[in-house]
Ligand binder design. Structure first.
Ligand code: NDP
Length: 449
């Protein structure tokens, strides 16, 4: 008889938990994963994936306008939100099925219940059943942070945005980060009047200033409104169903929807972390070492619940590294959290890897910055006054490219390849020696002077 029911019990079947469970099972471990909602987690069910589909849908608003300049007459174009919403949700269900199937194919037991750690190697399921496991992996992710002020309960988060009955006429979005800028673009393109309310005076903290300024400028030009240094005081729900929002330093305004996008908090409640003696940080996040191990030897954590880098591909790598380390039989594998490329699927999108100009100046002292500020061929023909901006930051001491930052059509698609070059430590001379693909936007990166 085995000492434990399972070799690994994973709590949470999101990106990190699914990868870890599947790979551990492939290494021969007996694995169970508990998921209280749907297999797939934030990314697949209510995050990256359905969001990207909405971004595609939203962009047609501009493409259909531009089409006329390319010779196409498209009469009577209308937008049916419910059609898109339901097709997106159908695809979410399809992907949920694929993730479930993957776990099944690897012999992972899926338990559709909450699980709580109730003893050193013991977990109690919501049904009361008790199971034991040699290792426990916490991969419960994070959820939107909710503000607390009078009437704050009248607002929604991105979780609910995917299921709206209609696109509201006027939308106010709290926050100036990833989700705020992505959904500002989505709602705006679908015809809503959007106002982004930020507590500070900067959007997308952490991204290069030139890109943030450019996104703000383009967003304003498109008609998205911004309020900076503004705090929510209260929201009143009117008889008409509209919301009257009171912000510090501004007149009250009426909107149809308020959405909060003010960061995400780790899902750590009800997991039995106290009893298990697992150390947590100031936001509740689970503290782990470079191998995703907590202070308790057999308990590990990966993904957003550890609040290292809240990105799906990072959670997946952490899950993979955990499974290889604990069950792979080889050397321990740590995830390198440096030089992670990222993107914001705003309209237009932003993509970035490595150091911003400011970071590089602070860290390296002597740097060179190359920039291309251009209007794409497509925007020229379309008569669209929207300029892309590509920026390269180079260490003057050794010519190494230490950062690339882009805003413009397809920037995330273009940057992924360049991220390999930056990670590999290539120099500006290497970029210069590469022949351009003409005519493209990407060629700007090898033609920087
Ligand atoms: P972000 O951390 O990107 O942005 C949070 C924003 O809310 C900031 O502007 C911040 O201001 C503001 N804020 C924070 N706390 C408060 C508060 N108490 N009251 C008012 N404003 C506040 O969070 P998001 O919610 O947009 O996204 C969460 C995470 O999910 C991201 O950090 C990212 O890791 C991930 N994500 C990634 C995506 C992608 O890869 N494309 C897409 C969507 C999400 P300040 O700058 O002053 O702190």
């Amino acid at each position: 008889m085995a000492e434990y029911d399972y070799d690994l019990f994973t709590i949470g079947a999101g990106s990190g938990g699914v990868r870890a469970s599947r790979v551990a099972a492939a290494h021969g471990a007996r694995v169970a994963v508990a998921e209280e909602y749907r297999v797939g987690g934030t990314c697949v069910i209510r995050g990256c994936v359905p969001k990207k589909m909405l971004v595609y849908g939203a962009h047609f608003a501009e493409d259909l306008v531009d089409a006329e300049r390319f010779g196409w007459d498209i009469a009577g174009k209308t937008f049916d939100w419910k059609r898109l919403r339901d097709i997106v949700q159908d695809d979410v269900t399809r992907l949920n099925g694929i993730y479930t199937q993957t776990l099944d194919n690897h012999g992972v037991t899926i338990i559709n219940e909450r699980a709580e750690i109730t003893g050193p190697h013991e977990l109690t399921l919501a049904s009361g059943k008790v199971v034991t496991a040699k290792y426990i992996l916490i991969a419960t992710g994070a959820r939107p942070q909710l503000p607390d002020f009078p009437g704050s309960e009248h607002g929604i988060t991105s979780n609910e945005a995917f299921h709206l009955d209609a696109i509201p006429e006027r939308v106010m979005i709290a926050g100036g980060g990833y989700i705020a800028n992505e959904f500002a673009g989505i709602f705006h393109e679908f015809g809503a009047k959007v106002c982004v309310v930020n507590r500070g005076d900067q959007l997308l903290r952490g991204y290069d200033e030139a890109l943030r300024d450019r996104l703000l400028q383009i967003s304003l030009m498109k008609g998205i409104d911004f309020r900076f240094n503004a705090k929510f005081e209260k929201i009143e729900k009117l008889e008409s169903g509209k919301l009257r929002v009171h912000l510090t330093g501004h007149d009250p305004c009426e909107v149809d929807l308020v959405m909060y996008a003010i960061g995400r908090v780790p899902n750590v409640e009800g997991l039995g972390l106290d009893k298990a003696g697992v150390e947590q940080g100031a936001k509740g996040e689970i503290l782990v070492d470079r191998f995703s191990k907590t202070n308790v030897d057999h308990i590990y954590a990966v993904g957003d619940v550890t609040d290292r880098v809240q990105l799906t591909p990072v959670a997946i790598r952490e899950g993979q590294a955990f499974a290889d380390t604990v069950f792979g039989g080889g050397d321990p594998v740590a995830v390198d959290h440096s030089c992670i490329p990222s993107a914001v699927f705003s309209h237009p999108p932003i993509a970035s890897v490595g150091m911003t100009e400011r970071e590089a100046r602070d860290k390296l002292g002597s740097i060179k910055v190359y920039q291309s500020d251009f209007r794409s061929m497509k925007n020229v023909v379309a008569g669209r006054n929207e300029r892309g901006l590509y920026k390269m930051v180079v260490d003057a001491a050794n010519d190494r490219v230490v950062g690339i930052h882009m805003i413009g059509q397809d920037a995330p698609e273009i940057l992924q390849g360049f991220a390999v070059a930056v990670r590999a430590g290539l120099t500006k001379a290497d970029f210069d020696a590469t022949v351009a693909i003409h005519p493209t936007m990407a060629e700007e990166m090898v033609l920087l002077k």
